[in-house]
Design a protein around this ligand. Sequence first.
Ligand code: GDP
Ligand code: MG
Length: 597
Amino acid sequence: TPLENIRNFSIVAHIDHGKSTLADRLIQSTKTVADRDMKEQMLDSMDIERERGITIKAQTVRINYTADDGQDYILNLIDTPGHVDFAYEVSRSMRAVEGSLLVVDSTQGVEAQTLANVYHAIDADHEIVPVLNKIDLPAADCDRVAEQIEDVIGIDASEAIRVSAKTGIGIKETLEAIVTRLPAPKGTLDAPLKAMLVDSWYDSYLGVIVLVRIMDGQLRKGDRVRMMQNGSVHHVDRIGVFRPAMTEIDVLGPGELGFLTASIKQVRDTRVGDTITHEKKGTDNALPGFKPSQPVVFCGLFPVDAAEFEDLRDSIEKLALNDASFSYEMETSAALGFGFRCGFLGLLHLEVIRDRIEREYDIDLITTAPSVIYDIHMKDGSVEQLHNPADMPDLTHVDHIEEPRIKATILVPDEYLGDVLKLCQDRRGIQENLTYAGSRAMVVYDLPLNEVVFDFYDRLKSVTKGYASFDYQMIGYRTDSLVKMSILVNDEPVDALSTMVHRDRAEMRGRAMVEKLKDLIPRHMFKIPIQAAIGGKVIARETLSAMRKDVTAKCYGGDATRKKKLLEKQKAGKKKMRQFGKVDIPQEAFISALKMD
Ligand code: GDP
Ligand code: MG
């Protein structure tokens, strides 16, 4: 296909503004997929993605379209993730295409992720076509939203397309705009092969599948190619495109997006952003690389039943094959036994992986408190990276501690602004900017990541009744007065409940935690003290009183089946608990104890 007849684009949007629905309509209206095979949200493939309505991995689809000018075009759509945790995936897939549809819900307007994602598109020099979606709804206000796009983002929205991805209004206009308003890709057919590695994932039948964008030259089945970063050479056994099902073809030329397989065993052997060229007569000029995405949130994953440790190892290894941004190493906890310390891109990423282990591998997990990475500057001048509060070195050797900070952008209707400012202030935030876009305020805060990873997003949603939107980026490390707080249950420290807290807030946090734990831990036959401590000093204490009677006592011994049932029920209830010394702590306590309200 000549370059002039190819268009590569992505769709950027805030979550729920209709990106997936629009992609579905584009696929359906061009008969890329037969109507009988059409299911909703074609591109969101994993179960969890479907259930949560989010896209995690970048997905792509090739659409054939005959335009009003009578010519046949190939349109390649990359559907990118819409959640903050995956901002890195958005930015890198943007580099593989020339234009974006900017979808904004015309009943809502510009939101924080609209901004974050459109900036990625602008960074990648995209031509941008604004699309006002959901015009079938009575609350649609296209003029206001178009004005807002111009004011807040600063791009021309006078020719925004008015669409209902639900009913199909404006779909034809959208396809025409892709052809007429987005640029064709550039590239040279008879130059040495230069292909960008856009994404890769593991497939149990085909091994690693590599998504590539051909910049120059041609890639054929049977070629021997070299990954320029590590020099490894591979024999290409398949190439093809997504329609969206994988369809093999013989050759991919400049400007095209497609996949290759080459008996690559692990996703880790492929580097996103790498340049692929031919082993012989290859190019010498690699594309500018990407920085790899680094895990920022860490937590421990332990099996509830210690006998399931090997199963857990197996599931984690399998998941890691397909997800290079998920890291893990073995961890032993005095309280929880053998498990893994795992690193994630953010909390959603953590939840997704945890859910998959529990559901797909059927393992009950204890998840310990999420933690960020602290830089511990020692008195001898060395720096240690602390991934787990339980490993905090002796304070006498520590000079100071630095913690990661983020720049958070929050868009919120006026009436909730006060609550949002208070929330950010409570989380040790420093206000950097406050502006207005219509009746919405846009605030920018510098916040410690540690105050955000846990339940910030939930709190923000709740204080604003769901009307605020939020996005963030890492901005670096800063020194603060941080200490490790330990929790003791029945005088035994429970390492999995240790957290890093700000000194000024330690007492309040400690109090809240012991009160929570008092409610979460069931009564035992004896009194249980629950304490929060810094170093050797107790800063908060509660006592869980002893249970008065055996629960079976009131069965009078007469009704044996009833007694048996009760005991079985108790046993089932215990299944999700772990013993710490003499005390059973339920699984959910490890997360719930940390939530602040
Ligand atoms: P995404 O998060 O951007 O991928 O959004 P989805 O495509 O999943 O859409 C979010 C919700 O909005 C779903 O319930 C869709 O059915 C609904 N939706 C999407 N487009 C339209 C539209 O044009 N009109 C109406 N009324 N609802 C829409
Ligand atoms: Mg979606």
